[in-house]
Design a protein around this ligand. Structure first.
Ligand SMILES: [Zn+2]
Length: 247
């Protein structure tokens, strides 16, 4: 192939790629903080953080971005590092309150556990437009993640008992789950919580289609067209740092 043919081929390939991608990718900055000195005792376990910075970079972020590619939204890892706990006088009581938090008869998690956790973690000062994900050992019975949207702050648990609905001891959450949804993964939970940061809510289980990232009777990885449009509007505001949480 002579050089001018090579250039023509390259240009053709680029225009094909452009045609395949209808929407420009919106990039949202994210920081991941692994809470290192928090030990949470339950069922004879001493749960602490086990995810490494390399796993955040090499497994979790790529899987999150694979899922969000359906919306042409990419999360760019600005930093991954360690977060530490504060040591209020009632430290142990607050840890116990998180560990023993249960779901109520309707399956709703106890919001108090997040308030206690908020007193235990030394948060990094927020950066406009940037999402902060805190990886903590455990978030209470059958709970894997929680998002405080106004602060763009996400908690994700590294130990889970959701598959047994809390009937068995928590186990280390698998980092990612290849193939179809079975139990989900830590990466999928991060992707789900980022959906909340981007303004998405859980679908109504009565009329939701199956296989959705945001939940339903049979959850999965997909986003509806409405969810894609809503998430992109919010992501664009975050990316431009114009986010005012108006919605
Ligand atoms: Zn959720």
């Amino acid at each position: 192939m002579n050089p001018s043919n090579a250039v023509a081929c390259l240009l053709a390939a680029l225009s094909l790629a452009g045609m395949a991608r209808a929407e420009p990718v919106i990039t949202v900055p994210i920081r991941v903080h692994i809470v290192r000195d928090l030990v949470m005792p339950k069922d004879g376990l001493s749960m602490s953080s086990w995810v490494t910075q390399e796993q955040v970079r090499d497994v979790i972020l790529p899987e999150v971005n694979r899922i969000w590619r359906a919306a042409d939204i990419a999360f760019r890892l600005g930093a991954v590092g360690t977060a530490w706990t504060r040591r209020p006088p009632d430290f142990r009581e607050r840890v116990d309150a998180v560990v023993t938090a249960r779901r109520d008869a309707d399956g709703e998690s106890d919001p108090e556990r997040i308030r206690h956790l908020g007193e235990l973690v030394a948060f990094a000062p927020g950066v406009p437009g940037t999402v902060d994900v805190y990886l903590v050992p455990y978030l209470g019975e059958a709970s894997q993640g929680n998002t405080k949207r106004s602060l763009r702050r996400v908690f994700v648990a590294q130990w889970t008992d959701k598959a047994s609905k809390g009937r068995r001891a928590p186990e280390r959450f698998q980092l990612s789950e290849p193939g179809v949804f079975v139990h989900g993964s830590l990466s999928r939970t991060v992707a789900h919580e980022l959906g909340h940061v981007l303004g998405l809510r859980h679908p109504d289980k009565r009329d939701a289609v199956d296989g959705l990232l945001m939940g339903g009777r049979f959850p999965g990885y997909a986003l509806t067209a409405d969810e894609v449009a809503k998430a992109r509007r919010k992501a664009a505001r975050l990316a431009s740092r114009q986010d005012d949480d108006a919605d």
